[in-house]
Design a protein around this ligand. Structure first.
Ligand code: NAD
Ligand code: TDX
Length: 334
C-alpha cells in the first residue's frame, strides 16, 4: 500500500509513521509536512533513511503539489493541522487556512483521483464541553465546538463527511481525546510542565485547575487509527479515548511527585478564555466493532513519558531556545 501522511513531522503523525513502517514494512509512506513551529524532522530520525519513506516539505493548501503527490496513492492519513487551542485564541487565521481549506484541498485531490481512501484525524473537542456529571462523548454527540481551534476541526470533519455523502469518497474519521507521549511539542500541558520542572521553572496552571481531560498514550491512539483504517466502516466516525479522566490539578500533582517537586512550583495564572470544562470519551463502539481498547495504563505511560523528556533534553532544549522562547515570553511574560 502507498500512503500519503500529512503532518507526519508533528507529534502524533511522526509516531504514526514510525509505528506503521515498523508494522507494515512493505508499505510506502510519503510524509507531506510544511514544518511549522510544531513540525520537527528530529522526530523521524530512526526512519529517515528507510527506502519506503519519503519526506516532502510542502503545504497541504498547495493544490498543484497535492494533486501531484496523490497520483498512485491508496490511502491519505490526514494529521496536518494547527493544533494548539491557546494559539487559536490569539489568532485563528492559520487554523482556518490549514485545518479547513487544507482539508478541502486534500479531499478534492482524493476525489479527482479515483480509488483513494481518506482517513481524517480529528479531536473530541468538536463535541464541546461536558459538565462534571454529563455522560461521556460518543459518536452520536452533536457537534458544539467552543474554541476557534475546535471550530476549525469541526468544519473539517463536516467537509470530510460531506465528500462521502456528495461524492461517495471513501472516508473514515477518528475523534480522539488528549494525547501524551514522547516528541510532544512543549506548549501542551504535559511536556510544558515536565520540561519547565526539569529546567527548575514554575508551571502555569490555568484558572482553578479543575478542568478535566481524558488522556491517552499516543501509541494507543495510533493503534486505534490503524484499526479504523483496516476494519472501520466507510463513512463512519470512531471515538478513541484513554479512559483516564484527570483534572489538571491531579495531573500536576502526579508530575510534581514523579519529578520530586512540591506545590510551590505551581503558578496559578489567568484562565484560558472559553476554557472547556471537561472532555471524556465513551469507547463502546471501537471496543465492540474493532476490538480496540487502550493498552497503556496512565501510571506506566506518564512515567515512560517523563523519563523520555529526562533522557532527551537535547530534543526539547533546541525547541525551547528557539522560536518557542519568544512565544513563551509573550504568553507568560517570563
Ligand atoms: P502538531 O501540532 O504536533 O503537528 C502538526 C503537524 O502538521 C506539524 O508537523 C506541522 O508542521 C504540520 N502542518 C501544519 N500546517 C501544515 C500545512 N499547511 N501543510 C503541511 N503540514 C502542516 O499536532 P499533533 O498534536 O500531532 O496533532 C495531529 C492531529 O491530531 C491534528 O489534526 C490534531 O487536531 C489531532 N488531534 C490531536 C490531539 C492531541 O492531543 N495532540 C488529540 C486529538 C486529535
Ligand atoms: O500551560 C498550560 N496550563 C494549563 O493549565 C497549558 C498549556 C494547558 N493548561 C490546561 C488547559 C487544558 O485544560 O491543561 C489542559 C490541557 O491543555 P492542552 O495541553 O493545551 O490541551 P487541550 O487544550 O486540552 O487540547 C489538546 O487535546 C485535544 C490538543 O492540544 C488538541 O490538539 C487536541 O485536539
Amino acid at each position: 500500500m502507498k500512503i500519503l501522511v500529512t503532518g507526519g513531522a508533528g507529534f502524533i503523525g511522526s509516531n504514526f509513521i514510525n509505528y506503521w513502517l515498523e508494522k507494515y514494512s512493505n508499505d510506502k509512506i510519503i510524509n507531506l509536512d510544511i514544518l511549522t513551529y510544531a513540525g520537527n524532522l528530529d522526530n523521524l530520525k530512526t526512519i529517515e533513511s528507510n527506502p519506503n519513506y519519503t519526506f516532502v516539505k510542502g503545504d497541504i493548501c498547495d493544490e498543484r503539489l497535492v494533486n501531484e503527490l496523490v497520483k498512485n496513492i491508496d490511502l491519505i492519513v490526514h494529521f496536518a493541522a494547527e493544533s494548539h487551542v491557546d494559539r487559536s485564541v490569539v489568532s485563528c487565521e492559520d487554523f482556518i487556512r490549514t485545518n479547513v481549506n487544507g482539508t478541502r484541498v486534500l479531499l478534492d485531490a482524493a476525489k479527482n483521483n479515483k480509488g483513494i481512501r481518506f482517513h481524517h484525524i480529528s479531536t473530541d473537542e468538536v463535541f464541546g464541553s461536558l459538565g462534571f456529571s454529563d455522560p461521556k462523548f460518543n459518536e452520536f454527540t452533536p457537534y458544539n465546538p467552543k474554541s476557534p481551534y475546535s471550530a476549525s476541526k469541526a468544519a473539517s470533519d463536516h467537509l470530510v463527511r460531506a465528500y462521502f455523502h456528495t461524492h461517495k469518497l471513501p472516508i473514515t474519521i477518528s475523534n480522539c481525546s488528549n494525547n501524551y507521549g514522547e516528541y510532544q511539542f512543549p506548549e501542551k500541558l504535559i511536556p510544558l510542565f515536565v520540561t519547565n520542572l526539569l529546567e527548575g521553572k514554575k508551571i502555569p496552571l490555568y484558572g482553578d485547575g479543575k478542568n478535566v481531560r481524558d488522556w491517552i498514550y499516543v501509541g494507543d491512539h495510533n493503534r486505534g487509527v490503524d484499526c479504523v483504517i483496516r476494519k472501520g466502516r466507510i463513512g463512519e466516525t470512531y471515538c478513541l479515548g484513554g479512559g483516564n479522566e484527570l483534572s489538571n490539578s491531579e495531573i500536576t500533582s502526579i508530575i510534581l511527585n514523579l519529578l520530586g517537586f512540591g506545590e510551590e512550583m505551581i503558578e496559578y495564572v489567568s484562565d484560558r478564555p472559553g476554557h472547556d470544562l471537561r472532555y471524556a470519551i465513551d469507547i463502546t463502539k471501537v471496543e465492540r466493532d474493532l476490538n480496540w481498547y487502550p493498552e497503556v495504563d496512565f501510571d506506566a505511560g506518564i512515567k515512560h513519558t517523563i523519563n523520555w523528556y529526562k533522557n532527551n533534553k537535547e530534543w526539547w532544549q533546541k525547541i525551547k531556545s528557539g522560536e518557542y522562547r519568544n512565544y513563551y515570553r509573550r504568553q507568560y511574560g517570563t
